[in-house]
Ligand binder design. Structure first.
Ligand SMILES: *Cc1c(COP(=O)(O)O)cnc(C)c1O
Length: 455
């Protein structure tokens, strides 16, 4: 592996930070252990950490996992010196300001200048805030999402005591607008969750169509773009229907995006945005312990969570400084490479009779799903084969993922089969390096399939 530049950069930045506090009288930290002891424990920690898939490597092409950008890692560690808490300005003045700036840059990506928004500890928490707001605005009404929406929407609705209904997805994995309208006609839908980039296959719900239905039925639109949100930056390079959905995001009432997915951040970084800043009034609380020593806005006044990692905001701010969220910038080019890798893998799968990729068409973002196309095999056999290919790839150092999907998406041509779900292979190509590594990925995948099919 190439030498990690972070320790040296961090050590210089740490010195610069320490110099700022030099005027303080010296003191001895009582909890400082001996260097020997410390390095012993750290070495043991490193050995423990080896028991992981190599998420940072291009041959890890499985789940939505990758390491944070080096600048995020360094900035996070630097902020740990201070350990700010972005609940209140008293706990983190600088990091609260950095959070507001970073969140404003994310909102600007969707065309929002005036809005309400903040970071959360995850996409789930961000969605919880958005659905909580929907419940505040439309009490007693239902939440509707597609059957491919993230599983947590149903659970969150349960926590919030809001009724939740899921509607069918089409063969592309997108929300079926006819199925949605059927629910809307019942007159009690308060909010619709549009997923822009489903977790399973990266399908993008037809947001423009959902917004048209909103004109007629008047519900709230929440966009869950936890995984797909950053693809807004390359909307004009996506399939026409996908691009149209991304271009409409700014018309939603709320948006969730996860900087810890495609935003190069360490875990613990989600983000929720509301189009109407006046919705902040619902967050009002009167904690006696919240030490509001200034009358400026404290992020804890517009967030359901109390303590939040200021370091997360610092890391995000630094990352966006280096890689601004602009079309055609380096960050956007990275996303385009991920998508190019996905299209290339899909193209190779389609060129060989032994593979069956999604029948409806190409991947919309950077997730590819497929199964093996054996004539006589039923969904049970295909599921077993997918598992065997997954294992045979892993034995060759190529790490894929598995996912349960409706068998009919892969054109079985058999009614009974169509009703089933089956285990399919899935690859999230979310590292720009995947593009250059496609030959190597393909070589290992081909060999693994050859072994499974001749066994
Ligand atoms: C990952 C994901 C979530 C959940 O976000 P976490 O950060 O894992 O809590 C919600 N919705 C979608 C579409 C996701 O991909």
């Amino acid at each position: 592996m190439a030498k990690d530049p972070v320790p040296e950069l961090l050590s210089r930045a740490t010195e610069a930070l320490e110099a700022e506090f030099e005027a303080l009288p010296r003191f001895e930290t009582e909890s400082m252990p001996g260097a020997r002891e410390l390095s012993g424990v750290l070495e043991e920690t490193a050995r423990r950490l080896v028991d992981n898939y190599p998420y940072f490597h291009p041959l890890y092409a499985g789940q939505m996992l990758k390491p944070p950008h080096p600048v995020a890692r360094a900035a996070y560690a630097l902020a740990m010196k201070i350990n700010p808490n972005n609940h209140a300005l008293d706990g983190g003045r600088a990091s609260s300001a950095m959070e507001m700036e970073a969140v404003r840059e994310i909102a600007a990506m969707f065309g929002w200048k005036e809005f309400l928004g903040h970071l959360t500890s995850s996409g789930t928490l961000a969605n919880l805030e958005a659905l909580w707001m929907a419940g505040q605005q439309k009490p007693g009404k239902r939440i509707v999402g597609s059957e491919q929406a993230h599983y947590t929407h149903q659970r969150i609705s349960g926590v919030l005591k809001l009724a939740y209904t899921s509607v069918a997805a089409d063969r592309c994995g997108r929300m079926d607008l006819n199925a949605l309208e059927e629910e809307l006609r019942k007159g009690d839908v308060g909010a619709v969750v549009a997923t822009l980039g489903t977790t399973a296959i990266g399908a993008v719900d037809p947001l423009d169509g959902i917004l048209k239905l909103k004109e007629r039925y008047g519900f709230r639109v929440h966009v869950d773009a936890a995984y797909g949100g950053y693809f807004r930056l390359i909307a004009d390079e996506l399939q026409e229907t996908t691009g149209r959905a991304f271009e409409a995001v700014g018309e939603a009432d709320s948006i969730v995006i996860d900087p810890h997915k495609h935003g190069l951040q360490p875990y613990g970084c989600g983000c929720v945005l509301f189009r109407d800043p006046a919705e902040g009034r619902f967050y009002k609380h009167d904690s006696p312990a919240t030490y509001f020593t200034s009358s400026d806005l404290h992020l804890g006044q517009i967030s359901l969570e109390c303590s939040r990692a200021g370091a997360g905001a610092v890391a995000l701010w630094a990352t966006q400084r280096l890689l601004p969220l602009v079309p055609n910038g380096e960050f956007a080019r990275g996303l385009a490479k991920c998508r190019a890798a996905a299209l290339e893998l899909d193209r190779r799968l389609r060129a060989e009779a032994r593979f069956a990729p999604l029948a409806a068409g190409k991947p919309e973002l950077d997730i590819v799903v497929w199964t093996l196309a054996l004539r006589a095999a039923d969904s049970g056999m295909k599921s077993e084969q997918a598992q065997s290919v997954f294992d045979a790839c892993a034995a060759r150092g190529l790490h894929l993922a598995l996912v349960q999907l409706p068998a009919k998406w892969f054109r079985t041509g058999d009614r009974a089969e169509d009703a089933r779900t089956m285990t399919c292979l899935r690859s999230v190509l979310m590292k720009p390096e995947h593009e250059a590594w496609m030959d190597e990925i393909w070589k290992r995948l081909s060999a693994a399939c050859g072994e499974v099919l001749t066994a």
